[in-house]
Structures are given as structure tokens and as C-alpha cells.
Ligand binder design. Structure first.
Ligand code: GLN
Ligand code: ZN
Length: 770
């Protein structure tokens, strides 16, 4: 028997209805009731779509007003105390927990600013979840009303219902211990009790199945944690609701046999990322259990090769399985709602793409094809035509000369075995560069962007709408650059930037100028809360048809005697923040981008630009989930950076920038990138992050961010001096630069100028102290 379902659906709405409703509600423009009505309408529409597309189950529990992990915190009542004693409705408190709250001017200090839960990346996706906080005071207290309400709404559609929840072990491991020696897993028994009660209630209320997701089974886990699964799932069984254990995002390797033996009713396998596990799962999963095959990629936008997928379905039945479910590998949360009619995408490319709604269609098509095959029946004409058309699109992409550019492939091939090093070691380069730039001790700079004012955003909109022509736009952008340079001169910064007013987004800007990228008009994906991103679609071999930033950089440099950094986005970040090809290794795509960036670097150098920054904020986040895969990734990511950076002469100074991340375990790799200067986000860690760089004896120059650009707060001089003194304890002061944490594009001008002025004062003080 074959059944179909999904692990979850995008919740933001086809036209981002949820985003707009949330933001209106937060601005006080619509009531809580109106917001909840929007949410209900969206859920009903999403379930109806699943029914219309032929799925055997509708999935309930995947929707969220902000974040599904935060919803579990509310569901199990483990809201940290600082969000509890507020007056206001549960929903107000929920938003307070996920967004934080500023004290009203009228309130006294006891209503101190309560900072939101921390936010971090959901495994290796670009979705951010709210981090639960646990300590030995944590108590669970089931609040199933909201979920039961959703279930009641879903029941009106009279279709079988599968609930989806995060499994208890994953939920605890996603959280953070708020006490030094406290182990969140100590709370497991108490939490499992609540889950068991909940499952009983859900069964009572009419749910047929529950999918409990334990993606942590795809991580490296200590034996003591693995040992907890058996007893946990034994207890959960008592809820009486059939359990599908959900796994995704990486191979189960090492944990396959355990996953197959757990006392659950079915196992869901990610057949995109964990396909290697399938033969072993077919072997070890008892035939009476449901095997759910996640064959459609919920994290990418390419049409699924259904003939290939069909082979896996057949293999499952050949191995003796009785009941096979077909699904997406993970929630469709990570892909756009639809791409079928997106007029923004090149027509040649559009036919290769599949958004969430199209993926539902793929699952249904696969089911029909598999059923026909199993029962030795012919496909209906309609299905046969749809399948043939689908497969033709898949084949077309694989052989298209929009995708395959022999010259690009040949160029990458020619790099094999090359090590891509700068001409001389850093010490030599540094002397040459010092002679050229003659910078003071503690040189001051910024990360690249300056405030993107409403005027600049309006200007871009007018250009897009055809209300102004390119010339008029360029003139305004040049004015903005000139203004930005002038302001930096007045501040007295040592190394300037042009301010990036011409960039909407640091990846999109380059994608639009490189061959091999397409863009959607409406391909939004939730990043967190109401925030959405529209990742570029990297569909083909990448090359650079023409210089991308040279004119702008040369113009900016012409306005100042001080060095103005050329500003580029690095290959790993471009890769990481795009939908990328699945028909070749990521490392291969990264090399192609790297060569394109390398061309730009050389052109900038030839045009007289002496300092070039290649940002790699996503370098750390590309790290694979499993340790065994990490070294290979770090090697090619580092190589990609070196390919883009190392073609320049010793006298050209290469900068890079990375945002806040755990750097300690990858310091040798960061050093191997061999940028002359790296700027990093450190202020949130009170310079603690820098200690690792010191202990590692990081050899090149480093600019630890001295103030947090996420807040409008202007720091005090003494504070910055203290931070830099702390930095100077662990890093040779001669290596230190002074800069903010990250780009300033989300800030306003007044606080930016004030904060940079303070930073300049701090630099002056430091120069007298050292
Ligand atoms: N140069 C970019 C900027 O300043 C870097 C942004 C980032 O690190 N995310 O905006
Ligand atoms: Zn940054």
C-alpha cells in the first residue's frame, strides 16, 4: 500500500500574507483576532491544497505564527520566567518571548528590557529558530489548546490527519543550558510524560498519526544520548497514537539499526541527503512498519527525477515492505510556495523548477506511477502525459547548454592540483603593504555598508518600476557614495568603503551580474518570524561576463586620498545563500564562483584599487553536520577563497569579513585563507571570541568588532578602549584593527556617525596607550 504526506508546508502564505499580518499587528494596525483569522485562513488553504493535490494525509502542527520551536516551548509550558509575569494575553507573551521587549518610556526600571530568546540556525538550513532555555528550575506544563484548536479546524475538512511535532530528544538538544553544569537531557523523563499525555489527547481528538521528528539522529551523538531513544519511545507508545519517527538533513550512518528497531510504527528517511542509508534501512526495518521515503527535496527547487525516485519505491516493495509512504525529505518550509508561474524567472529555467505546491504534485504523480507499476497496470493517459512532460523537463536541464558551459568547466579543470598561494608569505606582504599605505597603529575601518536610507530604497523601487532610467539611478547612487566618502573623511577613518548603496543584497547583487543565476519575482522563503529571503537560483556554470564593481570602486577611490576598499562577496557565501545545483558537487560550483570573483579581484587591482575585501560571513555555516564530512568542506571552502584572492601582488591588501560564529574549531582553516586582514563580529562575546585567535597564534591582521551594529545604542569611548585593551592582551597590538561588528546598512545615519566618532576617539586613546 502507498500513502502520501509531507513533513510540513510553508506557512508564510503564497503572497506573504502572514508576514504582512504579523507586521501590521505589531504596529498596532490590526487586532489579535484579525491576525489569528489570517492564520486560520492560511492553514485551511494549505490543508485544502494538500487535499486537492491528492495527499492521503493533511499535516497539522507545522504552522506557526513565528517559529515552530517557540511553539513547542509554549506547548510544553517551559517559557523562561522572564517572559511569564507580564500582564497581557498568551499571544502577547509569546511575541514578547520571540521578539524581546523594550521598556515603555513611562515604565520604571523594574520593567527592564527583557531580551528575546536567542535565535540560531535550524541545523544547516538558513531558517532560524528560537533557542529554548533549560535549567534545573524548568518545569513542563502542557498547553495543548492551540494545537487542539488547529486539529479541530483540520477535522472540518474530513481528511485523515497526521500531526507533526519535534521529538522530545531533539527538542531538548536544540535548547541551551542556562546553568553551567546542567544537562537539558536531565529533563527528558518529565518532558516525555507531557508528550505522552499530549499524544493521548491528540488521538482522542481524532488524529490518525503523529510524526515525531528527531533530526538529531543524523548528528554525531554520544552513546549515552543514543541510549535514551529506546526508553523514550517505549513511553511515548503509551499515548496510543501511531508514531512515525522523522529523520532528515543528514545520513543516519551509525544509527541506522537503532532507528529501525525503535518501538515506533514507522520510520521516515531523507532520501535526498541520506539515500546511502536506504539499502540498510530496507534490510533492517521490520516489514510490518511503515517506511516513509522522503524523495522530494524540500530544501531545493529542482523538479524531482521521478523515474529515479520510482526505483527506490520499487526497491522498498521488493524488500518486502507492506506499507510505503511517499513524502518530501523534510518540511517544505525551506522552499518557495510556487515557482510554476513566477514571471521573474527566465522562461528557459522556470520549467525546471518546483515550489512547494508543485512538489505536492510530484508526490502524487510518483504515487500514481508506483501504483501502476506495482499492480502491473497501465498509467492513465493523463498521468502518462504528465509524467512524460515532467521527465522531459528534468532531462532538458541535465543536457541544456544554458547549464553546461564547456569553457567554464575547462577552466575549473585546469585548476586541479594548484595550491593558489599569494606571491610571498604574510610577513613579507605586510611590510610591502605598510610601505604603500602607511597606516597608523590600530587602523580604523568599517565592514562595508553604510545606512540604506528610505531614499535609497525608494530610488531602487523607482528604477525597477521604470519610473527613472539607469542614468538617473546611477547619478543618485554616485551622490550617495560621494556623501558617504565625505562623511568618512570627516570622521577621519583610515580605510574607507564606498558604502554599498547600489546593493540590495550582498549575494543578489553579484548573482545578477554573473552568468548562471536566475531570480524569482515571488520565491520567498521564511528566514525567521516575519522575515523572508528570496535566494537567487544558481542553475548553470558560473562565469563573469563583465566587471561588476570596478566602475563604482574606481569612482569611490577617486574621491579620496585614503584607501577605499573594493567590496566583494566571497564564493562560499554566494553558494550558501543561493539555491544551488544538485547535478554537481557544491565544491565544483564554489570553484566556478571563485574563478569569477578572482577575475573581478584582478580587474580591481589593475584599476588601482589597493585593498579588496572578500566577505565570507557564511563560511562557518556551510560546515556539514557530521564531523566526518567537515574536513573536506573546510578544504574546498578555503581553497575557493584562495582562488578568488591570491592572484594579486604583494602590495594589494586582501581583507575578509565573517559574522558571529564559533571560530575556535576552524582557526587553522581561517588562517589558511591567508587574508591580510580579517574583521570579525566579537562584541557580543566581550572579546572572549578573540582568545581562541590568540591561543592559536593567529598570524595575520585582525579587526575584532568593537560594537554591536544590531542595536542603535551608541557605545562610550571607555567601553571600546576597554574591549580593545582586552583584545591586546591576547593578540599582538600590532595586528589589531578597529571596526564595528558588521555592516551598517540597517542603522540610521545619526547613530552611525556618533558611534563611529566614538570609535575614532577610542583609537586615538589606544594609540597613546601603546
Ligand atoms: N560588506 C557587507 C556589509 O557591510 C558584509 C555583510 C555581512 O557580513 N553579512 O554589509
Ligand atoms: Zn558581518
Amino acid at each position: 500500500m502507498i500513502k502520501t504526506h509531507i513533513a510540513g508546508y510553508p506557512r508564510i502564505g503564497a503572497q506573504r500574507e502572514l508576514k504582512f499580518a504579523l507586521e501590521k499587528h505589531w504596529r498596532g494596525e490590526i487586532s489579535q483576532r484579525e491576525l489569528l483569522d489570517t492564520a486560520t485562513a492560511l492553514r485551511l488553504a494549505h490543508w485544502q491544497t494538500q487535499i486537492d493535490q491528492g495527499l492521503d494525509f493533511i499535516t497539522v502542527g507545522d504552522f506557526s505564527l513565528y517559529d515552530h520551536v517557540a511553539d513547542h516551548i509554549a506547548l510544553f509550558g517551559c517559557i523562561p520566567p522572564r517572559f511569564r509575569h507580564e500582564e497581557g494575553s498568551p499571544l502577547d507573551n509569546y511575541f514578547h518571548m520571540v521578539r524581546g521587549k523594550r521598556p515603555k518610556a513611562s515604565q520604571c526600571a523594574c520593567h527592564a528590557d527583557t531580551f528575546a530568546l536567542e535565535m540560531t540556525k535550524w541545523f544547516d538550513t538558513n531558517y532560524h529558530y528560537m533557542v529554548p532555555e533549560f535549567d534545573d528550575e524548568t518545569r513542563f506544563n502542557l498547553h495543548a489548546e492551540a494545537l487542539l484548536d488547529q486539529l479541530a479546524q483540520a477535522k472540518l475538512l474530513q481528511h485523515p490527519i497526521k500531526i507533526t511535532l519535534i521529538g522530545p530528544i531533539t527538542l531538548l538538544l536544540l535548547g541551551k543550558s542556562k546553568q553551567p553544569d546542567f544537562e537539558p537531557l536531565n529533563l527528558l523523563d518529565a518532558l516525555v510524560d507531557q508528550y505522552t499525555t499530549l499524544l493521548g489527547q491528540l488521538k482522542q481528538a481524532g488524529a490518525q498519526w503523529v510524526q515525531l521528528d528527531e533530526p538529531v539522529l543524523g548528528l554525531d551523538l554520544p552513546a549515552s544520548t543514543l541510549a535514551l531513544f529506546d526508553s523514550t519511545y517505549n513511553s511515548l507508545k503509551r499515548g496510543g497514537l501511531p508514531i512515525l519517527l522523522g529523520t532528515y538533513f543528514s545520513e543516519l550512518e551509525g544509527h541506522i539499526s537503532q532507528a529501525c528497531k525503535l518501538p515506533v510504527d514507522g520510520l521516515h528517511l531523507d532520501c535526498v541527503r541520506g539515500l546511502k542509508d536506504l539499502p540498510a534501512v530496507l534490510d533492517w526495518l521490520p516489514n510490518y512498519k511503515v517506511l516513509s521515503l522522503g524523495l522530494v527535496d524540500g530544501r531545493n527547487i529542482w523538479k524531482t527525477d521521478l523515474e529515479q525516485a520510482l526505483k527506490h519505491v520499487t526497491a522498498a516493495f521488493d524488500s518486502g515492505k507492506n506499507e510505503v509512504w511517499l513524502s518530501s525529505n523534510c518540511s517544505l518550509l525551506h522552499c518557495p510556495y510556487t515557482l510554476a508561474d513566477d514571471t521573474g524567472v527566465l522562461p528557459a529555467v522556470r520549467n525546471w523548477l518546483s515550489g512547494a505546491i508543485e512538489k505536492l504534485g510530484e508526490i502524487e504523480l510518483l504515487k500514481q506511477a508506483a501504483n501502476a507499476l506495482l499492480h502491473g497496470k497501465a498509467l492513465s493517459t493523463e498521468t502518462a502525459t504528465a509524467l512524460a512532460r515532467h521527465q522531459a523537463a528534468v532531462a532538458e536541464r541535465h543536457s541544456s547548454n544554458w547549464v553546461h558551459k564547456p569553457a567554464v568547466k575547462a577552466r575549473v579543470k585546469a585548476t586541479e592540483g594548484l595550491s593558489f598561494s599569494r606571491q610571498s608569505p604574510f610577513k613579507v606582504r605586510r611590510a610591502v603593504q605598510q610601505q604603500r599605505f602607511n597606516l597608523p597603529a590600530f587602523p580604523t575601518t568599517t565592514i562595508g555598508s553604510f545606512p540604506q536610507t528610505a531614499d535609497i530604497r525608494a530610488l531602487r523601487k523607482r528604477l525597477k518600476a521604470g519610473l527613472i532610467d539607469q542614468n538617473a539611478y546611477d547619478t543618485e547612487i554616485r551622490n550617495a557614495i560621494a556623501d558617504c566618502i565625505q562623511k568618512q573623511e570627516v570622521l577621519g577613518l583610515d580605510v574607507l568603503v564606498h558604502g554599498e548603496p547600489e546593493r540590495n543584497d550582498m549575494v543578489e547583487f553579484f548573482g545578477e551580474r554573473l552568468d548562471g543565476f536566475a531570480f524569482s519575482a515571488n520565491g520567498w522563503v521564511q528566514s525567521y518570524g516575519s522575515r523572508c529571503v528570496k535566494p537567487p537560483i544558481l542553475y548553470g556554470d558560473v562565469s563573469r561576463p563583465a566587471p561588476m564593481t570596478v566602475d563604482t570602486s574606481v569612482f569611490a577611490q577617486s574621491l579620496s586620498k585614503r584607501p577605499v576598499k573594493g567590496m566583494l562577496t566571497g564564493p562560499v557565501t554566494i553558494l550558501q545563500w543561493s539555491f544551488v545545483r544538485d547535478d554537481q558537487a557544491r565544491s565544483e560550483t564554489a570553484k566556478q564562483i571563485a574563478l569569477a570573483i578572482a577575475d573581478e579581484v584582478i580587474d580591481l587591482e589593475c584599476a588601482g584599487i589597493g585593498m579588496i575585501q572578500i566577505d565570507e560571513p557564511a563560511y562557518r555555516e556551510g560546515l556539514p553536520l557530521r564531523k566526518k564530512d567537515q574536513a573536506a568542506y573546510l578544504d574546498w571552502a578555503t581553497l575557493a577563497f584562495r582562488i578568488s584572492a591570491c592572484g594579486v601582488k604583494d602590495e594589494t591588501q586582501i581583507h575578509t569579513h565573517m559574522c558571529y560564529a564559533e571560530f575556535n574549531d576552524i582557526l587553522p582553516n581561517i588562517a589558511a585563507m591567508d587574508a591580510d586582514v580579517i574583521t570579525i563580529e566579537t562584541s557580543r562575546s566581550d572579546m572572549e571570541l578573540l582568545r581562541g585567535f590568540g591561543e592559536f597564534s593567529y598570524p595575520n591582521d585582525i579587526g575584532p568588532g568593537v560594537y554591536d551594529i544590531h542595536s542603535p545604542r551608541v557605545p562610550a569611548v571607555g567601553e571600546l578602549v576597554r574591549l580593545m585593551q582586552k583584545a591586546a592582551e591576547v593578540i599582538d597590538p600590532a595586528q589589531l584593527w578597529i571596526n564595528p561588528d558588521c555592516g551598517l546598512k540597517t542603522r540610521g545615519w545619526p547613530e552611525t556617525l556618533e558611534a563611529l566618532h566614538v570609535m575614532m576617539q577610542a583609537a586615538k586613546t589606544l594609540r597613546t596607550l601603546h
